[in-house]
Design a binder for this molecule. Structure first.
Ligand SMILES: Cc1ncc(COP(=O)(O)O)c(C=O)c1O
Length: 393
């Protein structure tokens, strides 16, 4: 399998990780389900064991299918190498444990995906690693939070639930000057809408469970590193046994083929709905980085080339029972935890419960929407009927 790194994005998405130059090859590479690869001689076995991440050796280390996905992803991200993991959270915890040791300190953005906050508060605390949650508006002033034992700055941009966009470049500059590693959860953007490694980040992380798989039928994570950080992250994912299954990597590869067209559709529908929602009297504000009204819209324009289908809406203060009625009565927006599939979803968010420094001051209910690939007029009518069910306090 080869990958032409100079190809355009669409070409790369269609061709990366496939079998080329073999007559009669199936379009999609076969799925290699394997724990064990066998060798006829000890010489051959030992040769394979010297390069376990470059060819079949043992299933947990990789199969031809996981390698194909990793190769394709690294090409898309413009990174040194990618490593597939069993979920997005597995990828994130492996990255943290790759760079943090007893006595170390990590800076984590306060708008982080909640299970990551739990990982820091529970697991890292048990291991004697201290976390400081910093405000997503911090840029160069993050310097004030750095200690001699700070080893990692962790970003998520846009952040979970409220989509705060970070000044990634300013943070990277501070980290580089201090020899501190940087990592970002770039799930919202996918590798198509932002290029963390080109911006200078050491490690980019994606919950491939979302748009990469794109069909809500698999859990998958992926980490892309630069040359300096690859060994540490690979060791960590191996030590944790956090490998991805071949079936899941195959679904990740399948998702890549249509990622660009799906994302364009999600983006267009979500932007239209977001603009329409801004004009509705029952809506206090719309939190979508692509809207001019969004705080840090300029930063988003600087670092991103587009948006996806995920954003939030703050309603005006309303009778809580009627908010439940709004959500329960929707036909196309189902209530669901994940996002990034072809279907529309809705979920109440509660940033007030977890944020430490980026306190949520909104008064009305906050609803996260994932705008799927359904016909836009159906989605708009569904939401319009839902908003009509709201009652004032
Ligand atoms: C921004 C973000 N990062 C990471 C994750 C975790 O991914 P996974 O569910 O694959 O562990 C999620 C899941 O919702 C997410 O929204």
């Amino acid at each position: 399998m080869t990958t032409d790194n100079s190809a355009g994005t669409g070409t790369l998405l269609v061709s990366a990780g496939r079998v080329h130059g073999v007559n009669g090859a199936s379009v999609n590479p076969p799925v290699h389900r394997a724990s064990t690869f066998v060798f006829d001689t000890l010489d051959a076995f030992e040769t394979a064991s010297n390069m376990p991440f470059d060819g079949p050796f043992y299933g947990r280390v990789g199969t031809p299918t996981t390698f194909a996905f990793e190769l394709a992803f690294a090409a898309l991200e413009g990174g040194h190498r990618s490593i597939a993991t069993s979920s997005g959270v597995a990828a994130i915890s492996a990255v943290m444990l790759a760079f943090l040791d007893k006595g170390d300190h990590v800076l984590v953005v306060d708008t982080v995906y909640d299970p990551v906050r739990r990982f820091c508060n529970r697991m890292l605390t048990r291991l004697g690693i201290e976390t400081t949650f910093y405000h997503p508006d911090m840029g160069a002033d993050i310097e004030t939070l750095i200690r001699p034992e700070t080893k990692l700055i962790y970003m998520e941009s846009p952040g979970s639930g409220t989509f705060d966009v970070q000044d990634v470049k300013a943070i990277i500059a501070v980290a580089k000057a201090r020899g501190i590693r940087t990592a970002i959860d770039a799930t919202w953007a996918t590798p198509l809408l932002m290029k963390p490694l080109e911006l200078g980040i050491d490690v980019s992380i994606h919950a491939a469970t979302k748009y990469i798989v794109g069909h809500s039928d698999a859990m998958l994570g992926v980490v892309t590193t630069n040359a300096e950080t690859y060994d540490a992250v690979r060791r960590s994912t191996q030590d944790l046994g956090a490998c991805a299954g071949s079936e899941e990597c195959n679904l990740g590869l399948r998702g890549l083929r249509t990622l660009e067209v799906r994302l364009r559709h999600h983006e267009a529908s979500a932007l239209k709905l977001a603009l329409w929602l801004e004009d509705q009297p029952q809506v206090a504000r719309v939190l979508h980085p692509g809207l001019e009204s969004f705080p840090n819209h300029a930063l988003w324009k600087r670092d991103f080339t587009g948006s996806c289908g995920l954003f939030s809406v703050e309603l005006v203060e309303s009778d809580p029972a009627s908010v439940r009625g709004l959500v329960d009565g929707l036909h196309h927006f189902k209530i669901g935890f994940s996002w990034g599939g072809y279907e529309s979803l809705i979920l109440p968010m509660h940033p007030e419960k977890s944020r430490q420094v980026a306190k949520w001051t909104g008064k009305g209910a906050l609803l996260r929407l994932h705008v799927g690939l359904e016909t836009l007029s159906d989605l708009q009518a569904d939401l319009a009927e839902g908003l009509d069910r709201l009652r004032p306090l």
